[in-house]
Design a protein around this ligand. Structure first.
Ligand code: ZN
Length: 488
């Protein structure tokens, strides 16, 4: 099967580098299309075994990989109207590089690619033809050179080969498509949003901003209107009306392509594999004050609720109750031994620190409650909380020094169990600063892959499995020294 087409840029609303933080496999492409509102999707650039990008890659202003070289690739701004081939890195919000096949109408004579990208296999490519966006996803097995010649013959004037083989997949909103390896998790997909395809399911209601660099607010429903402000990643936005893919808020208009319905949305996955389940306190409730929160601190609490069953899900439903609203209690996350629930967007204030509506605890920190339910594993709940703290520190640039106890703000004896344990708080902070063993494995795998790609080591699998002898380490040292001195 093969899917290929070209589109005038005017017919394209967005070309999205989709960062697959939810770990969707190729079988889940329908879900990604449904969530993003995209028209069609296919696989992205090559990646390392740790799911990190390894060529120039930027999406919605977030740089995923910035190697120390220049290379030809495709680059475009958020509305894709300036999409074209240029030398990367670019200043535009999006760019992608992999193996350039055709540049400025000229086929590249000697293609640059790693040996394991060669051979005849299914292929996918993006590029341009006479100023139009062009793509091809094909089950036909081509070598990179054959692919170049096929695209040249088709009239492409720029072509970038993406990942091949099992990473080749395609799906559109009619359900047409194919996958080469259904179980494969690809970290980055390309989702194309055609102007004609505006999701019918977009209606008034609460939505979460999914653009990692934030979402522009414009004075009218289209990119031709002026920017009048912005919403942060993860913010919950109340949409009053939808028109041609644009939603109206109390501040202006935003593209629906960067919004997901607020209920049940997962807004991240921790490094120990827990998805964050978003179950927000509805807007307008007395315990959801709104306001802005610069996320300067993280405040750690314990629920103090030792009852059986008093886990994160139970607290999520209680926070939506009249009881919680009446008591004006709210915070951002509850963590137990198996789940994380989010109750407020990070960028909003809560009522958890006891230092007043505009005190720094309530107004500048993200509040996290650790469950102490009798039927839960408290050590695991602390480990899960530490993983969430790591994710939030990374997402908002919060230093470990700004991870504080509830006690810090108003002197309350909270988090009680941790405080009652000698060295308990220091041990918790240490936990927050630790990488998981999974991270360490990934770090080693990435390093081995980098050395294999540079030709320094020959048997990456054995190095990853820690199967090496003194002699192999000695040989590695000698090869590294030669590599450094020759620079090859
Ligand atoms: Zn507390």
């Amino acid at each position: 099967m093969q899917f290929a087409a070209t589109y005038p840029l005017a017919e394209i609303r967005r070309i999205q580098i989709y960062h697959n933080t939810k770990g969707y496999t190729e079988r889940d492409l329908d879900k990604i299309l449904a969530e993003t509102g995209g028209s069609f999707i296919f696989g992205g650039p090559i990646f390392l075994s740790n799911l990190q990008a390894c060529c120039h890659l930027k999406g919605d202003g977030v740089t995923y990989c910035a190697p120390d070289y220049q290379a030809w690739g495709m680059a475009w701004s958020s509305d894709a109207q300036d999409y074209g081939c240029e030398l990367l890195p670019s200043d535009k919000d999006n760019h992608i590089e992999c193996v350039h096949l055709i540049v400025a109408g000229e086929p590249v004579e000697a293609l640059h690619y790693q040996t394991d990208m060669g051979g005849a296999r299914p292929r996918q490519a993006i590029g341009s033809k006479e100023g139009r966006f062009a793509y091809m996803v094909t089950e036909t097995a081509y070598t990179p050179e054959q692919l170049r010649d096929v695209l040249k013959a088709a009239g492409w004037d720029a072509a970038i080969m993406l990942d091949g083989g099992g990473s080749v997949c395609y799906r559109d909103r009619s359900g047409a498509g194919f996958v080469c390896d259904g179980d494969r998790v690809i970290p980055f997909y390309i989702v194309v949003h055609l102007a004609a395809d505006v999701s019918d399911s977009d209606t008034a209601g609460d939505y979460v901003v999914t653009a990692e660099s934030g979402l522009n607010i414009r004075s009218g429903p289209g990119t031709e209107y002026d920017k009048v402000g912005g919403y942060a990643y993860g913010a919950v936005v109340a949409i009053r009306a939808v028109q041609d893919g644009w939603g109206q808020t109390d501040k202006g208009w935003v593209s629906m392509a960067y919004l997901e319905p607020a209920e049940g949305v997962q807004t991240g996955v921790t490094d120990n594999g827990l998805s964050i389940i978003q179950d927000l306190i509805p807007q307008g409730r007395a315990n959801r004050p709104g306001g802005s929160n610069p996320d300067t601190y993280i405040t750690i609490h314990e629920t103090g609720n030792y009852a059986k069953g008093a886990g994160a899900a139970a607290h999520a439903s209680w926070l939506k109750s009249d009881d919680a609203a009446g008591k004006k209690i709210s915070y951002h996350y509850t963590v137990d031994d198996h789940s994380i629930y989010q109750h407020l967007p990070d960028g909003e204030r809560g009522y958890h620190a006891g230092d007043g509506g505009s005190g720094p605890g309530n107004a500048k920190s993200i509040g996290i409650e650790i469950c102490v339910n009798a039927d839960g594993d408290f050590a695991q709940a602390k480990a899960n909380t530490a993983a969430l703290v790591r994710l939030l520190m990374q997402r908002h640039g919060i230093p470990l020094a700004n991870v504080v106890q509830h006690n810090h703000w108003n002197g309350k004896d909270c988090p009680k169990t941790i405080r009652a344990t000698a060295g308990g708080w220091e041990a918790f902070l240490t936990l927050c600063g630790e990488e998981t063993s999974q991270d360490k494995d990934k770090e080693l795998e990435a390093a081995v892959d980098a050395l294999a790609a540079a030709g320094v080591i020959d048997s990456p699998d054995r190095w990853k499995a820690l199967e090496y002898t003194d002699a192999s380490v000695r040989a590695l040292i000698v090869k590294m020294a030669a590599h450094i001195s020759t620079g090859v």
